[in-house]
Design a binder for this molecule. Structure first.
Ligand code: UD1
Length: 368
């Protein structure tokens, strides 16, 4: 049998840890040829290349070099370039992870060229159509042939939208595969933890959602709330490029830098970030993936959003949705040790293996 060509698409930071476990599992199977496609949506060393090194995945086979721009510009550039790449490489299946612009651009392009597409991390819904990610998720799920979901609530969302049951496969959370691989390999690194905090409890902060950082009044309020939180415990804040630009534009970066309990650091690679996360006693964030990682690790997570597409992290896990006004109360609970949770089913590090088994059935592989 000719080896099946499987495109694994990644574009932005949270995609790399979803694609890596699948790449490592598929690479060992003789029936397929995993092809890494990097759209270039994220391109800085700290936002992209460092993840390839930390996750032990090789240089991409196809690099689309799309870069930044408005949503339309970025999406259009990825579509044009991916169409060209598909003409040359003719995949037997395209796998798109997550909910970023690259996910939407590549799924629509491939599907219109009649290539089968699988969505990895399907079915998540915030029901907030002001989030670009929600639009990306809904469009992608509505057209994909295979929908790999991380938790039962995602299956329910898809069924409620009228998606046929035979397209949905509950496989578990693939981010946890990456997290466990890092633990197993002993490659978690504490190098980025500021020396002053080596033996003291601290909180880890990440913020990058346009709804929090692109609105000047909101960002200013959040900075003041963080300064108040820093009076309770030191904060380490790896600053995303989008947030860095806005903080500087508003002269807010200096306010944070002047506080001796706030440590601003550049965006971190995966090994260093997980190393910092494992030492943190709480997290303040608006990230999606971090809500899941904290639930797995049992670390209280205060999510500065009005909704989440990952409700299982609240119902079972350690995640709490907070506002600028309610953060202080939730932080007190976190510091008092009253936020606890459990790990959702199938967040066990075996998701890539389950996907590979599903693909063998899909392609009728008998000699894997
Ligand atoms: C994107 C995703 C978001 C994800 C986030 C993780 C979409 C719609 N959004 O948001 O879901 O949570 O990635 O980071 O796909 N920039 C750099 N270097 C880079 C990349 C970006 O400096 O390597 C700067 C650019 O100026 C760019 C800005 O950051 O304009 C934002 O990047 P962009 O890819 O548009 O969106 P993110 O906010 O990163």
């Amino acid at each position: 049998m000719k080896r099946k060509v499987i495109h694994l698409v990644a574009g932005a930071r949270p995609n790399f840890m979803k694609i890596a476990p699948l790449y490592h599992v598929l690479r060992k199977r003789g029936w397929c040829e995993p092809v890494l496609v990097h759209t270039g949506q994220h391109y800085d060393y700290a936002m992209s290349q460092t993840f390839f090194e930390d996750l032990d995945i090789p240089e991409p086979d196809i690099y689309l070099d799309a870069g930044s721009g408005s949503h339309a510009q970025q999406t259009a550039k990825i579509m044009l370039r991916y169409e060209e790449a598909c003409r040359k490489s003719a995949p037997d299946l395209v796998v798109v992870p997550g909910d970023v612009n690259s996910t939407l651009a590549c799924s629509v392009t491939a599907k219109k060229m009649l290539y089968p597409v699988a969505h990895l991390e399907a079915g998540l819904r915030s029901n907030d159509m002001t989030m670009p990610e929600e639009i990306n998720r809904r469009v992608t799920d509505s057209i994909c042939d295979i929908l790999w979901t991380p938790s039962g609530d995602a299956d329910e969302n898809l069924l409620r939208e009228g998606i046929a049951e035979d397209r949905i496969q509950l496989v578990g959370n693939i981010m946890i595969d990456s997290l466990l691989t890092l633990e197993r390999n002993g490659s978690i690194s504490a190098e980025a933890v500021p020396q002053e905090l080596a033996s003291s409890p601290f909180g880890l902060v990440t913020l990058h959602r346009p709804s929090n950082v692109d609105d000047p009044a909101k960002l200013e309020k959040l900075v003041h709330v963080l300064l108040e939180a820093a009076a309770e415990a030191p904060l380490v804040f790896p600053v995303h490029p989008r947030t860095a630009k806005q903080l500087e534009r508003q002269g807010l970066r200096r306010l944070l830098e002047m506080n001796t309990n706030v440590f601003l650091v550049p965006p971190l690679g995966y090994n260093a970030f997980v190393g910092m996360l494992k030492q943190a006693c709480f997290v303040i964030t608006d990230s999606g993936g971090l809500q899941e990682e904290t639930t797995y690790l049992g670390i209280p997570c205060l999510t500065l959003r009005g909704n989440t597409e990952r409700p299982v992290t609240v119902s079972l896990g350690t995640n709490r949705l907070v506002s600028a006004d309610s953060l202080a109360d939730h932080l007190a609970q976190a510091l008092a040790g009253s936020i606890r949770g459990e790990v959702p089913p199938l967040w066990d590090g075996k998701t890539a293996l389950r996907i590979a088994a599903r693909l063998e059935t899909y392609f009728g592989v008998t000699d894997a």
